[in-house]
Design a protein around this ligand. Structure first.
Ligand SMILES: [Zn+2]
Length: 475
């Protein structure tokens, strides 16, 4: 059966359309990275987990992904943070760059091919701004900063479908973030002011620093060329950030900047928007402090709603993720144990006839992912497979060859879902008790073995004696 064509919702055309990269199988993917002035919250990471799913799904369909994500290490927020913590900007942002990458690993996010810091590319930004001035798309204002002239870019507003005539206020905006009502000529280069302290670079327009929007145009051009296949980010970046990126890039190159716009919707917490005042802006670390794993959080962020819809995070949802993963892990173990009953080197252990439920599952998986990354559908098919094959296992009907096929199907699914296997890390004091108990059992001292079991269980573990020895799971 031919594989389905990979289709994705495109914010610009507002439709689910086949992905058509410029030079297949290569897909260039640019994603707006975090501003590194604080720990990322789970709302930020919903976006990066969804992008990771996209990246993995592209690879699943045979594309070669070239993925760039920048770190915004200079803007109003990072400068304020570095001043408040009395650290040089570079040192201050390095803390949160490292934290972000650690949290990404916790969530089993694949690190993009390139993750430049914005400040590593100031000369490229200056060159791009010069090009825009030369073309009449930008100008130096009387306040010494450089602005993009939106009246010179008639397409302005195309991504968000803005009616420019009603919006142009004639005003200029010097902030990086503003509402639609504030649309106007936006800043490309900000003239240095005292509040910037020692942050500033020399430019043809004097000392200053780049605006936030020019970063992504300059960095994507530098790393991926004038046209990129997919541009992604959180939905709140659509305006003004992505509108401004389109204006800057297309005014400079005259080419269509992006083939496909990928936006991830909001994460709500208990049905509400996350906000500092509600105290519901949880960081990844705070979720871990409550006893959950990164794997469970990743599962929760990939459950409930697909990326194009708001997702509601709840602690009950985290419990559900834990239960669902325990069910998957138990099934995985049964399958692996069945595979292990026959050495893989035994001739004929791989099924000559493919195992039908595994084949059907892989077809469902392809169809679900090809249809705008429908993970909910894919997960539904996984649990159907688990139910059916658990029944076969209960009845002793699953052969090692069939189990092998199931194991391979899981590996294919998990290359996209990225859940990995449960790993139990056993604290040294528990390991010492386990060793003592193994010795007691060997010496047939069952009363000591029983009392050691009680000690281990009192520390929050479940213990099972199997043919292979003691098996520990967290209770
Ligand atoms: Zn960006």
């Amino acid at each position: 059966m031919p594989r389905p064509t990979f289709q994705l919702y495109d914010t610009m055309s507002r439709a689910v359309v086949p992905l058509t990269p410029l030079a297949p199988p290569k897909v260039s993917l640019y994603v707006c990275g975090p501003t590194i002035y604080n720990y990322g919250h789970i709302g930020n990471f919903r976006t990066y987990v969804a992008v990771d799913l996209l990246r993995r799904a592209l690879k699943h369909f045979g594309f070669k992904v070239d993925h760039v994500m920048q770190f915004t290490d200079v803007d109003d927020k990072t400068i304020r943070g570095s001043r408040e913590s009395q650290l040089p900007l570079k040192e201050f942002t390095a803390i949160y760059r490292k934290a972000f990458l650690e949290d990404a690993v916790t969530l089993k996010i694949e690190i993009p091919e390139r993750t430049p810091n914005a400040t590593d590319h100031i000369p490229e930004m200056i060159a791009l701004i010069k090009r825009l001035i030369d073309k009449g798309s930008a100008y130096v204002s009387d306040d010494g900063s450089v602005y993009f002239r939106i009246a010179a870019f008639p397409k302005y507003g195309c991504l968000c479908h803005l009616d420019l005539q009603n919006l142009i206020s004639g005003a200029r905006v010097n902030q990086d973030e503003y509402e639609k009502e504030g649309v106007g000529d936006f800043v490309l280069w900000k003239k240095w002011v005292a509040a910037d302290g020692d942050v500033g670079w020399e430019s043809p327009w004097g000392k200053g620093r780049p605006g936030w929007h020019i970063e992504c145009s300059a960095l994507s051009m530098e790393h991926l060329g004038p046209q990129i296949d997919i541009h992604g980010g959180g939905t709140d970046l659509r305006f003004p950030h992505h509108e401004n990126e389109i204006a800057q890039s297309e005014a400079a190159t005259g080419k269509t900047f992006v083939g496909h716009w990928f936006h991830v919707e909001h994460l709500l917490v208990d049905g509400q928007k996350m906000s500092k005042s509600l105290g519901n802006m949880y960081t990844v670390r705070q979720v871990l402090e409550r006893g959950y794993t990164g794997r469970e959080l990743r599962y929760a962020l990939l459950s409930g709603a697909n990326y194009g819809k708001n997702l509601n995070f709840t602690w009950q949802g985290m419990e559900d993720a834990k239960t669902a993963l325990a069910r998957i892990d138990e099934w995985r173990k049964r399958v692996r144990d069945t595979v292990a009953t026959v050495p893989l080197t035994t001739p004929g252990v791989r099924a000559i006839e493919p195992y039908a439920p595994a084949v059907a599952f892989l077809e469902h998986l392809d169809r679900a992912l090809a249809e705008d990354l429908n993970v909910n559908d894919a997960r539904g098919h996984l649990f159907t497979l688990i139910r059916e094959t658990n029944k076969a296992l209960d009845e002793g009907q699953l052969t090692a060859a069939q189990a092998y096929e199931l194991d391979a199907a899981w590996t294919t699914l998990d290359a996209v879902f990225g859940l990995g296997d449960a790993t139990v890390s056993i604290p040294p004091e528990v390991q010492a008790l386990l060793d003592k108990r193994a010795a007691a059992r060997k010496a047939k001292d069952f009363s000591q073995s029983d009392s050691l079991r009680k000690e281990i269980e009192a520390l929050g573990w479940k213990l099972k004696d199997t043919a292979k020895g003691q098996e520990l799971t967290s209770a």
